[in-house]
Design a protein around this ligand. Structure first.
Ligand SMILES: Nc1ncnc2c1ncn2[C@@H]1O[C@H](COP(=O)(O)OP(=O)(O)OP(=O)(O)O)[C@@H](O)[C@H]1O
Ligand SMILES: [Mg+2]
Length: 471
């Protein structure tokens, strides 16, 4: 008997089935009726479906797609549509959610569709791994290179922060939620001489008062029931930077203790009798104007003067609309990479709407809007209105009439003693600023010097009070 070479097509058939079974991409082929003719092992793994449950069955019996997401295989069959590299999420028969990046092609014979093939890479696992990594790895260290923005306002802020990074002065970072305060703080640290030493961050609002004290200054064993010998953040951050987030939520008593520690550059653990020297740079944040915080008894004036050697105002996103398109594009790029997608941008009309949106959550909100949109995208390459949350669209349409928003209404009746004090304080501040500006002929640098504030801080307040530069 001839034991020589097998027939070429027999060999090819074996090679073919071997490959189909051993490649690490999922392959699913349906005929023109939607019946599965090939369903390889990898695909079965990705979708957690036994091969025999899928083979020879019709697509529609097997998978439940959400309304937004039609099966790309069915689209290839019915419309001859090719889709490449799109992220798909669906539930298999057992209710397990599957996320894949798929490419689907119609198969033609003599110009007629005879079936469709889908090639898939599993990202369900990949995404799990990524989010696991995100949990276990230390948080990303931000540097100035990561701060995206082209507006003069953000560029000036970066410039001021960069200059401050060369010194060891304390900095008070002022900005609304989500404007990037922590990003700036990290950038300053990692560009400073202290970069190799610790950057420790403590949110002052996250802990009850009696715990904050021990955490900041440390405790000595026996100081109170259950107290152990433990260094505080000042000791732990020695040589590096201590970032105190939401400083205004510390009680005024604790602020006084903090001030003493900073002035004396020594710290004493609770219950201890001896002091320890430390060398720590302090960066603190506050989300409202410090002058207002002082007027509202949320911030001690003396601490402000000691800490706010440099005031870094991070402007809200609505005041630097030029940054909106750049940030949108930036985050589209970030999520393309993370999700394995190829979204190229956003529909022009939507972009126009978003330029008029207030962004109360600032850059963080914008980032979430992009992430949410990318999760809804199936085949499209542009983000459009249907991918954007309704409340954003509703508010985005109401453009105009917001310039005066921040300026206190002089005619309004103060509703509390606090509000009364605040408004008289503001009025006083405003008058003083106007006077100095008039005297200096609206020379910002000189006026700021006389008022004992930075140029940026003066400009911030001029904008807030609606003071126009008059010649
Ligand atoms: N200019 C920017 N470029 C790129 N990403 C930014 C920028 N500003 C902020 N972000 C991103 O927005 C998110 C919020 O930033 P961050 O945490 O620094 O803000 P925050 O001011 O500390 O907010 P909060 O007051 O809520 O603590 C982060 O994911 C950050 O990476
Ligand atoms: Mg923060």
């Amino acid at each position: 008997m001839d034991r020589g070479a097998a027939q070429p097509d027999v060999l090819m058939n074996h090679v073919f089935s071997f490959l189909v079974d051993h490649v690490s991409i999922g392959i699913h082929v349906v005929d023109r009726t939607g019946k599965t003719v090939i369903y390889n092992r990898k695909m079965s793994e990705i979708e957690s479906m036994p091969i025999e449950e899928v083979l020879h069955k019709n697509m529609t019996q097997l998978f439940a797609f959400s309304q937004e997401q039609e099966s790309t295989l069915l689209l290839a069959l019915s419309e001859g549509k090719t889709t490449t590299d799109v992220k798909q999420s669906y539930f298999n028969k057992h209710g397990k959610q599957i996320t894949t990046v798929n490419s689907t092609y119609p198969l033609y014979d003599n110009g007629e569709i005879i079936g469709a093939i889908e090639i898939a890479t599993d990202v369900t696992q990949l995404e799990k791994v990524k989010s696991e990594n995100a949990k276990t790895k230390e948080p990303k260290r931000h540097t100035f290179q990561d701060i995206v923005g082209e507006s003069p306002a953000i560029k000036e802020t970066i410039e001021i922060a960069r200059r401050a990074a060369r010194t060891s002065s304390s900095i008070l970072i002022i900005g609304e939620t989500g404007t990037g305060k922590e990003m700036f703080a990290q950038s300053i640290h990692y560009e400073s001489e202290r970069a190799a030493k610790p950057f420790l961050s403590q949110n002052c609002a996250a802990l009850p008062e009696h715990l904050v004290e021990g955490i900041l200054f440390g405790t000595k064993r026996g100081a109170f029931t259950g107290a152990v010998d433990r260094p505080g953040l000042f000791e732990l951050a020695d040589g590096g930077t201590l970032f105190l987030d939401e400083l205004d939520s510390l009680s005024l008593t604790l602020q006084a203790k903090l001030l003493r520690v900073i002035q004396e550059k020594t710290v004493r653990r609770i219950g201890d009798t001896k002091d320890q020297r430390f060398d720590v740079r302090l960066l603190a944040t506050i989300s409202m104007d410090p002058i207002e915080a002082i007027a509202s008894y949320l911030l001690r004036k003396d601490l402000y003067y000691r800490l706010g050697v440099v005031n870094l105002f991070i402007p809200p996103l609505r005041e630097r609309a030029e940054d909106i398109p750049v940030l949108l594009q930036h985050f589209i790029g970030v999520y393309n990479q993370l999700f394995g997608m190829k979204v190229t941008g956003m529909e022009e009309s939507l972009l126009q709407q978003l330029l008029g949106y207030e962004w109360p959550g600032n850059v963080r909100e914008l980032q979430h809007v992009v992430e949410g949109a990318m999760n809804l995208i199936v085949h499209e390459t542009l983000i459009s209105a249907k991918h954007i949350p309704a409340h954003v669209k509703r508010h985005a349409q109401r453009v105009g009439g917001r310039e005066q928003r921040d300026i206190p209404d002089r005619a309004a009746q103060p509703t509390s003693v606090l509000a009364e004090i605040r408004s008289s304080y503001q009025q006083h501040e405003r008058e003083q600023m106007e006077e100095v500006l008039r005297k200096t002929g609206y020379h910002i640098t000189r006026a700021a010097e006389l008022l004992g504030m930075s140029r940026q801080s003066l400009q911030y307040r001029m904008k807030k009070y609606g003071i126009e530069k008059k010649k």
